[in-house]
Design a protein around this ligand. Structure first.
Ligand code: FE
Ligand code: FE
Ligand code: ZN
Length: 277
């Protein structure tokens, strides 16, 4: 059985966030490390983090996911902005290390016309520097929809970054809306998509799932999330993915446009689909 949860705000502290997660039937959670559209980060209260860790272990939580800010572009053209992004990454890993067992997920970035190979080098450089801090925080590259010059719209692009940074801490977070919009047909051919992931990246690198429906069609390259069953992927395909034996034990995070009761419903639907009836 996978762990199920959703994206929640950590603005009121980790302990409050974890209690909210429990109230909606979650046993994992994702949160932004800082304002997703800015770069300022509030200091972490170690006592609050410790309290959250204790509550999570009492409730048998799976790994939780810290999500880096959208504005952090490790392969932007301007060297100063790039250095700043690399600094944000390094600092975010130190913040994530205060929550033991936490995974750190981020968007690889947009190469803004520099080309893929330059971008891969720049992303790899920032990752190497951040990982050299020896914090033991697993770092996940998120699969992207491939809109504009986004890096990570193809499994091959993530494989290039993984090959450039030989660290066992590097992994991948698969976002179902993003890969669908990028042209991977998980509705018609889930096993084929997972086989392709395994061939190009390797399934052992897969550490988390973002389980979202998509407002747009296969290959649309749009990246607009929909509630489960209210999009083009459909509920049958998403519950089949939740049930897939190759993905059991992974944290599956909803990033659907929902309020708390909507998240509670979707978590119940996914759990129901996974339990033997
Ligand atoms: Fe994301
Ligand atoms: Fe996502
Ligand atoms: Zn998205």
């Amino acid at each position: 059985m996978p762990y199920f949860g959703c994206h929640l705000s950590a603005a009121g502290g980790y302990r409050a966030m974890v209690n909210t997660a429990i109230s909606i039937g979650a046993d994992t959670v994702q949160f932004f490390t800082r304002n997703p559209r800015g770069s300022r980060a509030k200091a972490i209260d170690p006592a609050d983090a410790q309290a959250a860790v204790e509550i999570m272990s009492a409730h048998s939580f799976g790994p939780v996911v810290a999500h880096g800010p959208y504005t952090m572009n490790l392969c932007t053209k301007d060297p100063e902005a790039r250095a700043f992004a690399a600094q944000v990454l390094a600092e975010d890993l130190r913040r994530a290390s205060l929550l033991p067992g936490c995974l750190y997920n981020f968007h690889p970035g947009s190469h803004v016309g520099q080309g893929l190979s330059t971008a891969v080098c720049q992303i790899a450089q920032a990752l190497e520097a951040a990982l050299a801090q020896d914090l033991a925080v697993p770092v996940l590259l998120e699969t992207m929809a491939g809109k504009g010059t986004e890096v990570g719209g193809r499994f091959e692009e993530l494989a290039q970054i993984l090959a450039a940074v030989p660290s066992p801490l590097l992994g991948v977070c698969l976002d179902t809306c993003h890969i669908w919009d990028g042209g991977y047909d998980l509705a018609e051919n889930l096993s084929g998509v997972l086989e392709e992931f395994d061939r190009v990246i390797g399934l052992p690198r897969l550490k988390a799932i973002h389980i979202n429906d998509s407002k747009h069609s296969l290959f649309s390259k749009k990246d607009r999330h929909a509630c489960l069953g209210h999009g083009e992927i459909g509920l049958a395909a998403l519950t089949a993915l939740a049930r897939h034996p190759a993905l059991s034990g992974l944290p599956m995070i909803l990033e659907t446009p929902n309020d708390l009761s909507g998240y509670a419903r979707e978590i119940a639907v996914l759990r129901g689909a996974c339990s033997p009836s």
